[in-house]
Every structure is written in C-alpha cells, then in structure tokens.
Ligand binder design. Structure first.
Ligand SMILES: [Zn+2]
Length: 350
C-alpha cells in the first residue's frame, strides 16, 4: 500500500472509533521499529517527523526513505510533518512528498494563528496535503527527564475552536485539554467534557499531543470522544535508551554497534505494540478491508515516486480554481521564493 492521505485516514478512525498513533521518527532505527510493528499488528500508522528533530535527521532524506519503506509496508502509512513552525519548512515538506503537515501557530496571538494557518491550508490543499493546526497550548518539552504539567489557562476554548476551524479550513486540530509533551509531573488529568464539546461542535478529527504517561483507560475514553490521532514519542526514546542499557549490562564487552541498535529497536517495538493495542488500531486492516479502497483517495501506489510529487502551484499551467488571480500570483511568488532560497542552501554552491 502506498502512502495515504492523513485526512482520509483520520476520518476512517473517527467513524470507526479507533485512534492512529503518530510516532516520531528522529532516526532510522525508530522508523524501522514503528513500521515493523504496524505491519505485524495490521495497523495504520503515522510517521511523524518533527521540525525540532531536524537536527538529528534530514527532512528530504527521511522523506525519501519513509516513502519507499511505506510502499513496501502492506498497511496504510501517512508521512506527517510534526510541529512545523515556519513557512519554509512546510514548503520543503510538501516538496519532499509528505502527505500532511502540522502548522503550529499556538504561540501566536489568536488572529495571527488564524491568518497564518489559513494561508498554509490554502497552499497545502492546492497540493493535496492535509493540515493539522494547534489551538490552545500543549506545554512541555522532549528529550530530557524533566517533568511537565498542563496549564488549564491554556486549554483550548470550545467557542474559539469552532471559529478557528470555520475560518482556517484545517483538517485536524490539536487541542489542549490536560496533556503535556515529555514526562508528566504527577498524573495527567484530562478535561473530558471540554474534549467532548470541541469534538461535537467542530466535527473534525482531534489530535492528542503528549501521549507518553497518559493512562490506557484515558486514551480509550479520549478516542471514544473524538481523538483520532495520538502523538506519542517520549516513551519510545526512553525505551531505546533502556534497550541499550540492558544490552550493555548483559554483555559489557559487546562489540557490535548494529547489535546494540537492534536491542534499542526491540525495546521501541514493545512500546509501539502496546500503544497500537490501546489505541484500537491493531487489526484495523483486517477488520476494515474498505480501508484499502479509501486509499484510492490518496497518492496512488502506481504513481512513480522517483521525484517528489510536484506542488501544483509550482507550475503556472495548473492554477488552483479556488484562488483568485492576484491571490494565486502572490502564493506562487512566495512558494517559488522559498524554494529558490532553499535550493542553494541544500545543494551547496553551484
Ligand atoms: Zn506535539
């Protein structure tokens, strides 16, 4: 099966009451561990490449590898940019063949978040790419053992969520209702009535960020109320470390680096396996053969993928019908400028 469009996948999840895990891919061991388990568990999956992890992995290279790995995996795989913060990174992700992006304008004042998200949605939709945005703020951080907790004053406001979805046209919305990135200080208390109200009134797939540390029962309840995508990473990272630590304890003289990485991968697999069971995505490919039909909405598997799928806006003969002439010209100029500025930097001096 080819890469699938995130929008179609999340609507299927919402309709059938399961959640799809979006697991971060900061390295190729983690990528393989996630895909191994998705295939083993017959589960759809989202490969999540975070802008903050681009210091560990190259965006274009991981897209190349992930797209080819997804082609070989007999389950639906979405390739998603996580917490994209700049216009340039979003455009690079589109060019590299990501099937969806998250634009995180949650730090911006509300009206600016609306305006910038709306612009990203127009560009992405013209290219067939799904957009997730964030409203309210999910605090915290990753990659340390520091602990965080949610701030109720930053929870997503249901009235604002309705206004935001209507004005931006986003396909999925990350909401703040008690979760935090990284490790939790104490037990997270999720505001389920808030989640229920936002889901009922926006009627789009909602996203839970900060999955590590949330109780299995809370996941199940959140999914039943409208969470369709769960971002889950920190525990994967800790499991990888634990796998390596155990291997070194068992054999301090271990002399094989790939064997060490294999131990890390095994530990990561165990976490992904458990989470796919909890999210209810395990076995979905067997329960719903129609998911394969749904994949026709996405990038067809017969499409040659030697080159990144070109953005329609990059060719003047394929204008989007939804934009007026001046709007289109302005978007094309911005996209081309971003692409041209990016090329010399990535390819080195000519
Ligand atoms: Zn997040």
């Amino acid at each position: 099966m080819a890469l699938v469009n995130l929008g179609g996948l999340l609507h299927h999840a919402l309709k059938h009451g399961y959640g799809v895990g979006a697991f971060n891919v900061p390295d190729y061991e983690t990528l393989q561990a996630i895909l191994d388990v998705a295939v083993e568990k017959r589960s759809p999956v989202i490969l999540d490449v975070a802008e903050v992890h681009l210091k560990y992995i190259d965006l274009e290279e991981v897209a190349y590898v992930a797209r080819r790995a997804a082609e070989r995996a007999p389950v639906p795989v979405a390739l998603h940019l996580d917490h994209g913060e700049t216009f340039e990174t979003i455009v690079r992700a589109i060019r590299a063949g990501f099937t969806s992006v998250m634009f995180d304008g949650s730090r911006l004042p509300y009206e600016e978040n609306v305006a910038r998200t709306r612009e990203i949605v127009r560009i992405c939709h013209a290219c067939g790419v799904t957009v997730e945005a964030e409203l309210g703020r999910v605090l915290g951080g990753e990659g340390t053992r520091e602990r965080f907790e949610a701030d109720p004053s930053l929870f997503t406001d249901p009235d604002q969520a309705v206004d935001f979805v209507r004005r931006t046209g986003v396909d999925a919305l990350a909401i703040a209702f008690g979760t935090a990135h990284g490790l939790y200080r104490g037990t997270p208390k999720l505001d389920f009535p808030r989640l229920e109200e936002i889901a009922r009134r926006t009627r789009i797939p909602l996203v839970l960020h900060g999955g590590t540390g949330v109780a299995d029962e809370d996941f199940r309840r959140a999914i039943a109320l409208g969470i369709a995508k769960i971002n889950y990473y920190t525990q994967l990272s800790l499991a990888g470390i634990e796998g390596i630590r155990r291997a070194l304890e068992e054999d301090p003289e271990i002399g094989s680096y790939p064997l060490l990485l294999q131990k890390a991968r095994e530990s990561i697999r165990a976490v992904v396996r458990h989470q796919m069971e909890v999210f209810g995505s395990a076995g979905v490919c067997d329960r719903f053969p129609d998911l394969c039909v749904a994949c026709e909405q996405c990038f067809p598997s017969s499409e040659p993928i030697e080159e990144p799928r070109p953005c329609e806006l990059s060719t003047p003969e394929a204008p989007s019908e939804r934009l007026s002439e001046p709007q289109l010209r302005q978007l094309v100029e911005r996209v081309m400028r971003a692409v041209l500025e990016e090329l010399p930097r990535r390819n080195g001096p000519a």
